[in-house]
Design a protein around this ligand. Structure first.
Ligand SMILES: Nc1ncnc2c1ncn2[C@@H]1O[C@H](COP(=O)(O)OP(=O)(O)OP(=O)(O)O)[C@@H](O)[C@H]1O
Length: 254
């Protein structure tokens, strides 16, 4: 089942042409199916974050269209887009983006309050996710009293509460040490395998990308190539390194 269909996406920042304009995406087409676990990699400035932002409705393409669950989001604006994003999409960011004045539990519950879920539904969902991600013992703590890895597991739980069609993650391991990065990537692996969630992440982190099933490499605003995991994670990691070396440009890990 197709979850996301992006067709001929062009994104030009600044004026449409000439000096002062930057073509960040040059006509990218991409189809994502339910349950896929995909990383987008590429040199600095190749258009990764722009692609994620356009596909998730954070930004509008200059031309081309993005459909999620058959709804054209590139045409949506205002309240309609906000509602669609809240119901259908989950977001995880490098900086965790938790509210410091709320406990872990309240942070996770927040999107469900906006959806007017019952107290019982909210309680059940929080406990289910807290168990899955092993954060039951910190539900009553505040974000500044827990580790970065625990904050990111809270953010992943929050992204999942409304059972989104797809989770977008921009550098989800960017602020984590290698041990916490492994735990977060195992969390994503778990939700793909156990809940059939679809996860798309942008990363410079070869180790994080090696957990995914597919890595798409972009360069100069176009898809350059992609690889699919066939053997072990370690073999896939080496394959990713080889592809990045071919891609050239400045990445943060090679
Ligand atoms: N708001 C903006 N206004 C103008 N140009 C922008 C804007 N955002 C990004 N760009 C340019 O668009 C191109 C693609 O940027 P983007 O951030 O998508 O790349 P990236 O692959 O995510 O880079 P990085 O790995 O360094 O985060 C770059 O040349 C960048 O300078």
């Amino acid at each position: 089942m197709v979850i996301l269909d992006a067709s001929k996406i062009v994104k030009i920042y600044g004026k449409q042409s000439g000096a002062g304009s930057t073509t960040a995406l040059n006509g990218i087409s991409l189809t994502i199916h339910k349950g896929e676990f995909i990383a987008i990699m590429g040199p600095s400035g190749s258009g990764k974050t722009t692609l994620l932002n356009v596909m998730s409705g954070i930004d509008k393409p200059t031309s081309g269209e993005v459909k999620i669950s058959d709804k054209e989001i590139s045409e949506m604006a205002g309240e309609q887009l906000a509602l669609f994003r809240r119901k259908q999409l989950g977001f995880v960011f490098q900086e965790f983006n938790l509210l410091d004045s709320l406990t872990v539990k309240e942070n996770i519950i927040l999107p469900m309050i906006l959806e007017k879920k019952t107290a019982n539904e909210m309680e059940q969902k929080v406990l289910e996710l807290a168990r899955l991600f092993e954060i039951e013992s910190i539900l009553h703590k505040y974000p500044y009293n827990i580790s970065g890895g625990q904050q990111q597991r809270t953010a992943v739980s929050r992204a999942l509460v409304n059972e989104p069609s797809i989770i977008f993650a921009d550098e989800p391991t960017g602020n984590l040490d290698s041990k916490s990065s492994a735990v977060i990537m195992e969390c994503f692996e778990k939700i793909v395998q156990e809940l059939s969630t679809t996860v798309l992440l942008v990363t410079h982190d070869v180790f994080a990308a090696s957990y995914c099933q597919k890595v798409i490499f972009i360069k100069d605003g176009l898809i350059h190539s992609y690889i699919v995991k066939k053997g072990s994670r370690k073999e896939f990691l080496n394959q990713i390194m080889d592809n990045l070396a071919v891609l050239g440009g400045r990445t943060h890990d090679i």
